[in-house]
Design a binder for this molecule. Structure first.
Ligand code: ZN
Ligand code: ZN
Length: 653
C-alpha cells in the first residue's frame, strides 16, 4: 500500500511511501528522506500516487498521534494561507517531538468555592445565549462586544464552568499571557488545577510535556497565545478568543501567516463547538460578520455597577510651546498622586529621543542600512547609551558633535518613553510627592518575567505611575487608576495604511478604558498637535457601532476588507533591480488570472531593511476567485529574492 506522509519543515504537502504494515491516518512515523530519517504524519492511506523508486516507511512511532479533525484543520490552514502541510506542521507540533515526554500526575485539588459576583442582566443574557448553543453541541460563533469594564471575563468564566460540569474542555486564546495576568489569575482562582497555561517562559521540554498532557485531555481549560490553537484536545466544546482584535493573533514572521482568531472559528466548525470572540473594539471584519449573521452578536453596553465611562479632554499641543507634558496634564497628575490615585501614561515611542539633528548643517543621524532615523537610547542598567534603528536593530555609538560639519552639537529632538520617565521623576520631585514610576515598553520587559513584575509593583500600589507604549493599552484592570494621559496621540501609529484609523481607534479606546474602573470616576487627557482630527474620533470612543458605520463607508468605496479579500505578495532582495524585475514577472502572471485584481509592484513603506530592498504586489479577490489558481506560489522560487505571502494581511505596505 502507498501512503502520503506530511513532513514538518519541508515545503511540500506530503511525500509518498510504501508500506506493508498496519498504518492509519494520523499515525506518527519515521521515514527516510534525503539520506536521513525524519518523522512525519500519515495524512492519507491508499495513495494513488506511484513514484519510481519509492521508499518504505521505517517505523510507526505512535499510533493515532493526531486526530482526524486536527489534520483537517491543518490542511485548511495550508490551503487558505497559501502554504503547505510541511510548514503548518512545523508551527503546530512541538520541536524535538521524538524526545521522551513525561506527564506528571496533576494532584486533584478540590475547587475552592470562590465567591463569584452575580452577573448583571446583560451579562446573564449573554451567558444564556452561549449556554444554549453549548447544549445544542453544534458549531456557532458569538461576537461578545462589551465596552471596557463591562465584565466580559465573568461571561467567559460562567460558560467555562458549565463546560466543565458537562465533562468538556475549553480552549482560551489570549494575546499574551504576561500581558493578561489578571485574566489568568481569575481562571486559576476559579478552576485551580484544571487550568494550564502556555507562556513564553516555559522551556522546550516543559512545552512538550504540556502539549502531550493537553492532547491526552489532562486539563479542562487551556489558556495560551496564538499557537495554542493547533494543540489537539479531546472533547473540545468551547473556544474563547479574548481581545479578538489584537494583532498578536497574526503570525507575522513565518509561513503560514495565519490569524489564530480566524483559525479558531474554523476549528470550531471542524470540531462542532461553540466559539466566543470577545472585544471592546472588535475588528471591523468581525463586526461585519455579526451584521450579516455569520456570527451572533452579544452586547454589553454598560460598565459593571453602571460606573460612568471616563471623561475625555483634548489638549492642543500647538499652544504648549514645545512642552512634552502640558501644564494641565502635569497638574492633573500631581492631583491624582496627592489623592493616592494611580496614573497611566501612554506614548507609543520607545527610547529617549526619536531623532538627532545638527542645528548648524541640518544633518540627521540615520541607519546606514534602512536609511531611517536613529533613535537615541540613554544608558540604562546594562545597556550602554546608543543610537538604535527600531526597524533592523542596528546600533551605533552616541554622537555628540555633528560628523558632517564637525561644528554643530547635535540636538535631541522629540520624546520617547525614557524621556517622559525622566520628566515624571522631575515632576514628582518638584511637587514633593512620594511616588514612583514604572515603565512598560519592549526595552523594559526584554527579560523574562519582567512584565509580570512591573504589573505586580503597580497593582500593589508600590508605583503610582505606569508609563509605556501600546503594552499599557492591553486589558488590565487596575481599580485605583483615575487618570490616563495620552502623551502624544499623533504617534499612535506612524504607518499610512487602510487600517490606520481602525487601529488608532482601538488603541485609544483601550487605553482610555483603563481609567475609572474602581470606585472613583476616571479622566482621560489626550495631547495632540491635531485636535481637529481627534475630536471627531474621540466623540465616538466607546461608541464602536458609530465608528464602525463611518469606517465601513470608506471601506466600501475603496473595496477594502470586508468588501474584498487581500493577499500581499512581497519580494525581498539585496539587488534592487532584481527585486523589481522578479516582482514584475509575478505581476504578469497574476494579471492573467481571472477575477483577480492586481496592484503594484510598489515600494514597501520600509523600502530597505538591512540589506534587502522590499517590493510588494497587492491582490484583491472576490468570492468568484478560485484560490487554487495561486497554489503555484507555494513552490515558486524567485531569482535571488525571498518571497513572502500574506493572506488577509493586517498591514498593506
Ligand atoms: Zn552639522
Ligand atoms: Zn536599520
Amino acid at each position: 500500500m502507498n501512503v502520503d506522509v506530511a513532513i514538518p519543515r519541508t515545503k511540500l504537502d506530503f511525500f509518498t511511501y510504501h508500506t506493508s504494515g498496519d498504518v492509519h491516518v494520523g499515525d506518527l512515523v519515521f521515514v527516510p528522506l534525503r539520506n536521513t530519517l525524519k518523522y512525519g504524519v500519515v495524512i492519507n492511506i491508499n495513495s494513488q500516487r506511484d513514484v519510481c523508486g519509492m521508499k518504505d516507511i521505517e517505523q510507526v512511532v505512535e499510533q493515532q498521534f493526531l486526530p482526524l479533525h486536527s489534520l483537517e484543520l491543518y490542511k485548511w490552514i495550508a490551503e487558505y494561507y497559501l502554504s503547505n502541510l510541511g510548514e503548518v506542521l512545523r508551527l503546530a507540533l512541538p520541536s524535538k517531538i521524538l524526545k521522551k515526554y513525561e506527564i506528571t500526575e496533576i494532584p486533584r485539588e478540590s475547587r475552592r468555592v470562590v465567591k463569584t459576583p452575580s452577573p448583571t442582566y446583560p451579562q446573564s443574557q449573554a451567558i444564556k445565549r452561549i449556554l444554549d448553543a453549548l447544549k445544542k453541541e453544534c458549531f456557532e460563533t458569538f461576537l461578545l462586544y462589551g465596552i471596557t469594564g463591562s465584565g466580559k471575563t465573568e461571561v467567559y468564566l460562567r460558560c467555562v464552568d458549565e463546560v466543565i460540569k458537562n465533562g468538556g474542555h475549553t480552549l482560551v486564546l489570549v494575546p499574551e499571557i504576561s500581558m493578561t495576568p489578571l485574566l489568568y489569575q481569575r481562571f486559576q482562582e476559579r478552576f485551580k488545577n484544571d487550568v494550564v497555561t502556555i507562556h513564553s517562559s516555559l522551556s522546550e521540554k516543559e512545552r512538550r510535556n504540556i502539549w502531550y498532557a493537553i492532547k491526552q485531555g489532562k486539563y479542562r481549560v487551556v489558556i495560551g497565545p496564538r499557537s495554542t490553537i493547533f494543540i489537539p484536545m479531546p472533547g473540545l466544546q468551547l473556544i474563547i478568543v479574548d481581545e479578538e482584535h489584537d494583532q498578536s493573533y497574526k503570525e507575522h514572521e513565518r509561513m503560514p501567516r495565519y490569524n489564530a482568531r480566524d483559525v479558531a472559528v474554523m476549528r470550531g466548525k471542524f470540531e462542532n463547538c461553540t466559539v466566543v470572540l470577545g472585544s471592546a473594539t472588535p475588528q471591523l471584519e468581525s463586526y461585519h460578520n455579526a451584521g450579516i449573521g455569520k456570527y451572533h452578536l452579544l452586547t454589553l453596553r454598560e460598565r459593571i455597577d453602571a460606573k460612568p465611562l471616563p471623561k475625555i479632554e483634548i489638549i492642543d499641543l500647538r499652544r504648549e510651546r514645545k512642552k512634552f507634558i502640558s501644564p494641565k496634564l502635569e497638574t492633573k497628575i500631581v492631583e491624582a498622586l496627592k489623592n493616592n490615585e494611580q496614573v497611566i501614561l501612554f506614548l507609543n515611542r520607545r527610547g529617549f529621543a526619536p531623532s538627532l539633528l545638527c542645528p548648524n548643517c541640518g544633518f540627521t543621524a540615520k541607519c546606514p542600512y534602512c536609511r531611517l532615523l536613529l533613535v537615541y537610547h540613554k544608558k540604562e542598567k546594562k545597556d550602554a547609551a546608543s543610537l538604535t534603528c527600531h526597524i533592523c536593530g542596528y546600533k551605533s555609538k552616541v554622537l555628540r558633535i555633528c560628523p558632517k560639519c564637525s561644528r554643530g552639537t547635535l540636538l535631541y529632538r522629540g520624546a520617547g518613553t525614557q524621556r517622559i520617565e525622566e520628566l515624571m521623576n522631575n515632576i514628582i520631585r518638584m511637587s514633593n510627592q512620594k511616588a514612583s514610576v514604572v515603565r512598560l515598553d519592549r526595552d523594559s520587559v526584554r527579560k523574562k518575567g519582567q512584565a509580570e513584575k512591573i504589573f505586580k509593583t503597580f497593582e500593589q500600589g508600590d508605583a503610582q505611575i505606569m508609563l509605556g507604549t501600546q503594552l499599557v493599552t492591553k486589558g488590565f484592570d487596575f481599580p485605583e487608576v483615575t487618570l490616563v494621559g495620552i502623551v502624544n496621540a499623533d504617534v499612535v501609529l506612524h504607518i499610512p495604511d487602510f487600517r490606520s484609523s481602525e487601529r488608532t481607534f482601538q488603541l485609544l479606546t483601550q487605553v482610555a478604558g483603563r481609567s475609572g474602573r474602581g470606585k472613583k470616576p476616571g479622566t482621560v487627557l489626550m495631547q495632540t498637535f491635531h485636535p481637529e482630527l481627534y475630536s471627531a474620533l474621540f466623540s465616538q470612543l466607546q461608541d464602536f457601532p458609530n465608528f464602525y458605520a463611518q469606517e465601513m463607508k470608506l471601506r466600501r468605496e475603496l473595496k477594502f476588507p470586508p468588501f474584498s479579500k487581500l493577499i500581499l505578495i512581497r519580494l525581498k532582495g539585496e539587488n534592487e533591480n532584481t527585486a523589481w524585475s522578479e516582482a514584475q514577472k509575478l505581476f504578469d502572471i497574476f494579471t492573467r488570472i481571472k477575477n483577480l485584481k492586481v496592484f503594484g509592484p510598489n515600494r514597501s513603506f520600509y523600502y530597505r531593511i538591512r540589506k534587502n530592498y522590499r517590493v510588494f504586489i497587492l491582490l484583491k479577490t472576490t468570492t468568484k476567485f478560485q484560490r487554487r489558481k495561486l497554489k503555484f506560489l507555494t513552490s515558486y522560487k524567485p531569482k535571488n529574492c525571498i518571497l513572502e505571502i500574506d493572506v488577509d494581511p493586517l498591514e498593506v505596505f
